[in-house]
Design a protein around this ligand. Sequence first.
Ligand SMILES: NC(=O)c1ccc[n+]([C@@H]2O[C@H](COP(=O)([O-])OP(=O)(O)OC[C@H]3O[C@@H](n4cnc5c(N)ncnc54)[C@H](O)[C@@H]3O)[C@@H](O)[C@H]2O)c1
Ligand SMILES: [Zn+2]
Length: 363
Amino acid sequence: MTTITVDLGSRSYPIQIGPGLLSNVGEEVSKLVSATSIAILTHPHLAKRYAPPVVDSLKKQGIRTELILVPPGERSKNLATLGRIYEQMVSAGLDRKSLLLTLGGGVLGDVGGFAAASYLRGIPFIQLPTTLLSQVDASVGGKTGIDLPSGKNLVGAFYQPRGVFIDTDTLATLANRELRSGLAEVIKYGIIRDEGFYRYIDGSLPSLLSRKPEAIGRIIARSCEIKAEVVGKDETEQGLRAILNYGHTVGHALESATAYRRFKHGEAISIGMVSAALIGEEIEHTPPDVTAAIVRTLTAAGLPTSFPDDVGNNEILAAMQRDKKTIGGRVHFVLCSAIGKVETVSDVPPTAVEAALNRQRNL
Ligand SMILES: NC(=O)c1ccc[n+]([C@@H]2O[C@H](COP(=O)([O-])OP(=O)(O)OC[C@H]3O[C@@H](n4cnc5c(N)ncnc54)[C@H](O)[C@@H]3O)[C@@H](O)[C@H]2O)c1
Ligand SMILES: [Zn+2]
């Protein structure tokens, strides 16, 4: 088992990573929070398989649990579902001393974290992430929230969990496509912060795609370490934390232009990371061999690297302008100058962006 600390003064918390952790949740949670009642927010199909060890381990500590079930999918990250979660928290008798556990992927962590942030003006919550993407990214760092019909993540709060328990055994049931989607964010950590890690991922893709526990455990731990370090230095994204958005400017635009239905988040980010490399090339920030390496690694991971023909540049550029990270109409880009090193660039000419998108279509 590996433990990493997110260092945020009085709001610091541990991330534990290892196999079989769900059966120890009761004991570990009791060390972090003294709660008399606990609600577990999850999806029906995950409840069947993964809730029993959690419930049993909490029972052993004499803690009462209630399950709150919501359907899977991004459509659960909305106001209507949030409303139903609050109502079930009331029915379950949750008070300010109660704890919410989120057992699932990034959708549950985001909506559950926001429910915890706002119910009774805030109750503690702990993340039990079960997708690779949520284990390496969404469960760490305290960004919580929901989508509005007019856009993704438009309502939310920075609200840190009291702990994150990553049971790597849960990945056994994850669909291949979800695994690859998570790998896109893992590759991102290498690109933005750690060349050695990038080389390790690149050389271990066959082991990672066949879910070898050693390799999987190692990439989750290193990804969480990088995220914890960045969040510890810049919790509310005043500067450094923006590097985590590498590939996300075009990636989010593509998700929005395709109504969040066509691509998994990591797939869109994979395409966006190639866009960012090509945009960097256009303004002589990114060396061509860096772009070539990124395209090769993403392709070997089974991830897409270019746009579908029926999504035009205009749709992507328009979606980029609507992004909430656009400040005063100017789009900021995180660009890579070498593997392991990125910078925020705010004055990229629109012609360079368009030229890059055109080149990407002919890769
Ligand atoms: N808060 C953050 O910092 C942050 C960062 C990245 C992404 N996100 C958010 O996370 C969401 C995406 O998260 P995601 O990719 O985990 O998607 P998800 O939560 O929708 O999970 C994907 C699918 O996998 C299923 N699933 C989950 N665990 C499983 C398991 N162990 N076995 C079998 N099936 C399982 C889910 O039921 C769902 O159908 C997006 O809403 C995104 O905005 C948040
Ligand atoms: Zn992401």
